[in-house]
Ligand binder design. Structure first.
Ligand code: DHB
Length: 391
């Protein structure tokens, strides 16, 4: 008798564990998949903090629906991203997926979003072609061509004639290399060498030596968010800072998360990018103050803004659909959306579902004793040049 009771109890427990959460029409579940551990953990930390701040500031109810955010750590591994996306859709009834700290992670979730017909908001990754991988992908981060091409234009106007490119060897790095080099050579510049460094455990020293040997006017660099401090340390150790070779790049290398600890070697680095914590606008001042207050003084970087705007886009879309969560209706509502972000005016291109934004040219300077990317030039309404170049 006793053993039967126990068997029955175990049976009930197993059933409770196996039963998926019941779909609840009053709640909109957003599955936020991020690398919370591993080499890209800073992206996870920044994105999560910004998404939570958005909800704290705007409330957890929109158009009569309650917003529930579920954060999952994919550790930066694409197979984990895919499994988590499937679980969020199948077990948690997520109506929207967001995050994706690296390009391969955004790509891994694309077939899941397509099959489930739900929006995949890419709020961190930057390879141009990502948005072409599912009609349900909408991007609030950036594309690498968006900042690499303007960086080349700036070089052409500022006496830089010979450049070595040094990029991390995967999607966004190859995009940055291609769009910088193509724009620069078209305007008469010379690319002395194109160097690609592995994503996993990069040792920049031998590559920087090779770059130095060419004696270029500048080294153009792309490394993903979280890798800039190691790169800068090696740049100094290999003596490039004293060699008269200028360091330029997309703004990923002088990421606001790491910049405060980079030291004076970073002074004068010129980059092109979509966001600086020093951006001078009332929206950004309020955002930075609230973010720092909520996160023990941590400075928001461009990943944080991608997630903050991802949430803004979701809230706007739900307002437009009056709370309806049908994926096609949400995507239709997101196309053409526009608002003032902490980074400046942004919109979602209705043709490509990609972000259109101002790209700023910035220089690292000290402001009140702290290193910041200080903006000194801007190009408004930049569309992704890769998609804009297609017939
Ligand atoms: C990607 C990741 C980054 O951290 C970054 O700064 C730019 C692009 C990416 O994998 O797409």
């Amino acid at each position: 008798m006793k053993s039967t009771k126990w068997t029955a109890r175990i049976g009930i427990c197993a059933a409770l564990i196996a039963t998926p959460a019941l779909a609840d029409d009053a709640t909109v579940t957003i599955g936020l998949i991020l690398p919370m551990t591993g080499p890209s953990a800073s992206t996870g930390k920044q994105e999560r903090a910004a998404a939570e701040l958005y909800i704290q500031q705007h409330g957890d109810a929109v158009a009569g629906k309650k917003i529930s955010l579920i954060v999952k750590d994919d550790t930066g591994a694409a197979d984990v991203t895919k499994r988590l996306a499937e679980e969020l859709v199948g077990n948690d009834h997520a109506k929207i997926l967001m995050g994706f700290g690296l390009t391969p992670l955004a790509l891994a979730a694309a077939p899941v979003a397509t099959a489930a017909k739900i929006p995949e908001i890419v709020s961190a990754a930057g390879t141009a072609m990502i948005t072409e991988k599912s009609p349900y992908i909408v991007r609030t981060s950036f594309t690498l061509p968006q900042s690499a091409a303007p960086m080349a234009e700036w070089c052409l106007k500022n006496g830089i004639k010979k450049v070595v490119t040094l990029v991390t060897d995967y999607g966004p790095g190859i995009d940055a290399e291609k769009w910088f080099s193509q724009t620069f050579t078209k305007g008469g510049g010379v690319i002395a060498q194109q160097i690609r460094v592995p994503l996993k455990n990069p040792d920049f020293a031998p590559f920087l030596q090779r770059a130095k040997d060419d004696a270029p006017d500048a080294v153009f660099v792309f490394v993903p968010s979280g890798f800039g401090a190691v790169f800068m340390k090696e740049f100094v150790e290999q003596g490039l800072d004293k060699s008269g070779i200028k360091l330029i790049g997309t703004g990923d290398v002088t990421d606001d998360d790491l910049l405060p600890q980079m030291g004076d070697a970073a002074l004068g680095v010129v980059t092109a990018h979509n966001y600086s914590a020093a951006h001078d606008s009332p929206e950004n001042k309020a955002f930075v103050a609230a973010f720092e207050k909520a996160n023990g003084g941590m400075r928001p970087n461009f990943m944080a803004v991608g997630a903050y705007d991802g949430m803004a886009l979701i809230y706007q879309a739900l307002e437009k659909t009056k709370g309806a969560t049908d994926g096609d209706a949400l995507i239709a509502a997101m196309k053409g959306a526009n608002w003032t972000s902490p980074r400046g005016p942004i919109s979602i291109d209705p043709e490509t579902r990609d972000i259109v934004q101002t790209i700023y040219v910035r220089k690292v300077e000290k402001v009140d004793g702290q290193l910041y990317n200080v903006e000194f030039g801007s190009i408004p309404a930049v569309k992704d040049p890769y998609k804009a170049s297609k017939p």
